[in-house]
Design a binder for this molecule. Structure first.
Ligand code: DGL
Length: 298
């Protein structure tokens, strides 16, 4: 399988993306499936390739530099299109379906791969600050997301007039990666983590990590009915469609698109997670491996 030179330049990649080229979607793990599910619903004729870097999950406990390296490796590999055997094609859009990866790498990868369109994520602080009645909002995300300049700039642009209570929740990422069924013990752990925010009087809870929407039923039991839980997935999917539409790059296919699911972790566990979290009964699943900071799809 072809690999990029170690000192690859953006100009070495072709700009041959066509209307029916696939859309890349990446996360550290299965959290990005919350975004992929919305994308597939909104854009049913598109092909997708989803990469879960489960060899390196959780990203949220790593340095931003380390995460940036992973994202660059993944994008470089996906640009080659080698994940589809029959018809290798570089993707037309890359969705960074991970707040941590977006915080670490969105700016640098836009510069490194100028021929590619990107959609990234940021915690939905703006709508939370606009909607709050109590003037108190909660944000849950990863440690790395809170460390990035993206988060600091969101707060200074949109949330100077409200009190923001934040909490890094690596436990929730772990819970989703482990998978259900969730026990009473899990529920208690979740409520123990969220109750300090609820006691402060927040009326908006921003899910600033793509793993978290899978835990919404557990969150709801802790925060009650009066707190708005903000899941950004539908807005991200809508943004992806807008980007493709304005570039006249929406698929013109009539038949449904396909999705290839790739993991750098344990492929059996991943296939089971994909079945449970997407409802896909017979997913196409591929193994990938990191070799000297390069991602190789086997
Ligand atoms: N799903 C990722 C996010 O949105 C991060 C989870 C992790 O790997 O720590 O931030």
């Amino acid at each position: 399988m072809k690999q990029p030179d170690s000192n690859f330049l953006a100009s070495e990649f072709t700009s041959s993306a066509t209307r029916n080229a696939p859309i890349g979607v990446m996360d550290s793990g299965v959290g990005g499936l919350t975004i992929l599910n919305e994308l597939r619903q909104l854009l049913p004729h598109e092909d997708f390739v989803f990469i879960a870097d489960q060899a390196n999950v959780p990203y949220g406990e790593r340095t931003l530099e380390e995460v940036q390296g992973f994202v660059e490796g993944i994008v470089a590999t996906l640009l080659q299109g080698d994940f589809v055997d029959e018809n290798p094609q570089p993707m037309k859009l890359m969705v960074i379906a991970c707040n941590t990866a977006s915080a670490a790498a969105l700016h640098p990868i836009r510069e490194l791969f100028p021929q590619l369109k990107f959609v990234g994520l940021e915690p939905a602080v703006k709508p939370a600050a606009e909607n709050t009645q109590s003037q108190k909002i909660g944000v849950i995300a990863t440690k790395a997301t809170f460390q990035g300049t993206l988060y600091a700039s969101l707060i200074s642009r949109f949330a100077t007039d409200v009190d923001v209570y934040k909490r890094a929740c690596p436990e929730f990422v772990q819970l989703v990666e482990r998978g259900g069924p969730y026990t009473e013990e899990d529920q208690t752990m979740v409520c123990d983590i969220l109750s300090p925010l609820v006691e402060e009087g927040i009326d908006q809870l921003v899910l600033g990590c793509t793993h978290f929407p899978f835990l919404t039923p557990l969150f709801r039991k802790c925060v009650g009915e009066d707190v708005e839980i903000i899941d950004p997935s539908p807005a991200v999917a809508a943004q992806a469609r807008r980007v493709l539409a304005s570039a006249e790059a929406l698929s013109d296919r009539i038949e449904p698109g396909t999705t290839v699911f790739v993991t750098t972790g344990n492929i059996e566990h991943f296939a089971e997670q994909v079945r449970t979290l997407t409802g896909e009964t017979n997913p196409i699943v591929r193994q990938a491996q990191w070799v000297d900071k390069r991602l190789v799809i086997l």
